[in-house]
Design a protein around this ligand. Structure first.
Ligand SMILES: [Fe+2]
Ligand SMILES: [Fe+2]
Length: 333
């Protein structure tokens, strides 16, 4: 009697069995996600879910590390010892965020060396906001207020992300980010209340330059978002780009009033019927230009990271040599 199994070779048979098994595993995975369950590193997951997370978490890690550069530019020029101490602590926090996130990405089976090689070759992306220059001290305050503020809006929902190691890293990161946002607001508030007219103008100028790029941090509009739908289905993304952007604008418009600065959007206006602020069109051509490598500082940022990696080679080699020596000693004892 001819059976289907006789029509296919043993290799095809194994493949068919494997895909049937995989379909079952995927169904169980989907059910777990639908029930609000968390996925741990050792759990089975679809390859596409794993790849999406590696891309997102590593981009996030790179952003934390590259994000140290614009502010690092002001450490030696901070106006007081207090501001310098706060800025140093904040930049160190960002380094820590990068390290938690590289560790979270490593749980998905990629090595830190691979992730860093992708950053250094320009293959991996980081948040485009860090390709803008920090021209005055007020930029440091505005980065804290607007850039860290937008980061918090983006990141708080990630504490409920379906991939548990990422969610856990985000809990700790979000606590520190809220300090970053407050220190930025505080630095600007002091300049606006106690500063000279020139210092107040400096704050307004920095707000004018950073406002639109910080709205772009939420990513393209939902209608054009490539990864949005699948990420939402998998419980990685909990709130859409447009909804997060609106939330950020609503919160920030009120803070701008308290601060006494104006936001550079003539169409920004409270809409009673919607219960939200209306706002003007975002220049997405600028966003794509900067993502594509043509922002003011893209080359400078990447060159700084590559140099830091190359200059640090002797530290990595020395640490490995020390670890080998310790290991040999322990074996001999
Ligand atoms: Fe951070
Ligand atoms: Fe931060």
């Amino acid at each position: 009697m001819y059976t289907q199994a006789m029509d296919v070779g043993p290799k095809e048979e194994r493949k068919a069995l494997r895909s049937a098994e995989e379909a079952q595993l995927e169904q169980r995975f989907d059910e777990r996600i639908d029930a609000g369950g968390l996925i741990e590193a050792k759990d089975w997951m679809p390859d596409h879910y794993r790849k999406t997370l590696v891309r997102q978490i590593s981009q996030h890690a790179h952003s934390e590390i590259v994000g140290m550069l614009p502010e690092g530019n002001w450490v030696t020029r901070a106006p007081t010892l207090k501001r310098k101490t706060i800025l140093l602590a904040k930049i160190q926090d960002e380094a820590g965020h990068g390290l938690y996130l590289y560790s979270a990405a490593e749980t998905l089976g990629v090595s830190r060396d691979e992730l860093l090689a992708a950053l250094h070759s320009g293959k991996a992306k980081y948040s485009s906001i860090f390709n803008y220059p920090t021209l005055t001290w007020a930029d440091v305050g505005v980065i804290g207020w607007l850039v860290d503020g937008a980061a918090i809006m983006n990141q708080v929902p990630l504490t409920r992300c379906s991939y548990a190691p990422y969610a856990r890293a985000m809990v700790r990161i979000c606590r520190e980010e809220s300090f970053h946002q407050r220190q930025g607001f505080d630095a600007l508030n002091v300049m606006m209340r106690e500063g000279t007219p020139a210092q107040r103008d400096m704050v307004q100028d920095a707000v004018n330059r950073w406002w639109w790029p910080s709205l772009m941090m939420f990513g393209p509009p939902d209608a054009e978002s490539v990864h949005g739908t699948q990420s939402t289905r998998w419980g990685i993304k909990r709130i859409s780009n447009d909804d997060l952007r609106q939330k950020f604008i609503d919160a920030t418009a009120q803070q701008a009033d308290v601060l006494g600065v104006s936001l550079p959007d003539p169409l920004l206006k409270w809409n009673e019927a919607r219960g939200h602020y209306d706002f003007g069109p975002i220049d997405w051509a600028e966003f794509w230009r900067v993502v594509g490598g043509h922002g003011a500082c893209n080359q400078e940022r990447l060159a700084a990271r590559v140099k830091a990696w190359d200059d640090g080679a002797w530290v990595r080699e020395a640490a490995l040599a020390h670890a080998r020596k310790q290991h040999t000693k322990e074996q001999a004892a």
